[in-house]
Ligand binder design. Structure first.
Ligand SMILES: Cc1cc2nc3c(=O)[nH]c(=O)nc-3n(C[C@H](O)[C@H](O)[C@H](O)COP(=O)(O)O)c2cc1C
Length: 221
């Protein structure tokens, strides 16, 4: 698959078939993604891939945890600044509107929004979940390295006919994830990622992007 096609066809898919993904495909993707760049080549990613009954157990525990109204785990990092300013605030608000209108949910229907959010912890039906941890002692440049690595994985998944959804939502139930994965102390769960074959029956609205001139300045001469 052409790189442009991989970039443009990657989107946060929120409806997967339960068809299993062969282990060798996942190994091929993750071996290639390891070629992602990182400052001084320190490769700050720590990745767990969960499938099968252990993933089913995690989904059940996480969905139960959230459905019972239990508190989210205390944050190890802020997902967004408390005062998100424009233009970011406006973009987030447009995203919310698009997302809920695709699901036919009214903005003020808090319960329906909660139900939609809970699908996160069922991995939107995906048969594979990936969890990416980063060492607590590492800084912002290394978090950026992890982002590049995760995007590399998502593009390679496209080349394999697979889709993905990166999910910070998993950090909100990080203790439940840790019960299953037992990561060493000193790691922070940055992000989960659902992986699988898309269920074409699930409707969505393709997210837009700001026009180029809003985010890019060409400086020449
Ligand atoms: C680091 C990161 C965390 C995300 N966390 C979630 C999440 O928890 N749940 C979710 O449904 N989507 C999540 N997303 C998906 C974004 O909402 C999505 O990438 C964005 O709206 C752009 O849409 P697109 O990826 O379909 O182009 C996350 C994306 C990134 C990059």
């Amino acid at each position: 698959m052409d790189v442009y096609e991989a970039v443009k066809s990657r989107r946060a898919v929120r409806g997967f078939k339960d068809d299993p993904v062969p282990r060798e495909v996942l190994e091929r993707v993750l071996s290639a993604a390891a070629w992602a760049p990182s400052g001084s080549n320190i490769q700050p990613w720590n990745t767990y891939v969960l499938t099968g009954p252990r993933l089913t157990e995690l989904k059940t525990r996480a969905v139960e945890h959230i459905s019972h109204g239990d508190q989210w785990d205390e944050r190890e990092y802020e997902m967004y600044p408390p005062e998100l300013r424009s233009p970011y605030k406006d973009r987030r608000s447009s995203f919310g509107k698009e997302r809920y209108s695709a699901l036919g949910i009214a903005r003020e229907d808090w319960e329906a929004r909660q139900r939609a959010a809970i699908a996160n912890w069922n991995c939107f039906g995906a048969p594979v979940a990936l969890f990416c941890y980063i060492d607590r002692n590492l800084g912002r440049p290394q978090w950026a390295d992890v982002g590049m690595y995760l995007q590399t994985i998502m593009l390679l998944l496209r080349a394999e006919g697979l889709h993905s959804c990166p999910q910070m939502a998993w950090s909100q139930v990080r203790k439940t994830v840790a019960e299953i994965l037992s990561p060493p102390d000193g790691l922070i769960l940055f992000c989960g990622m659902s992986i699988g074959y898309e269920d074409p029956g699930v409707s969505y609205i393709r997210t837009g992007r700001a026009p180029l001139e809003e985010t890019v300045k060409f400086v020449a001469g």
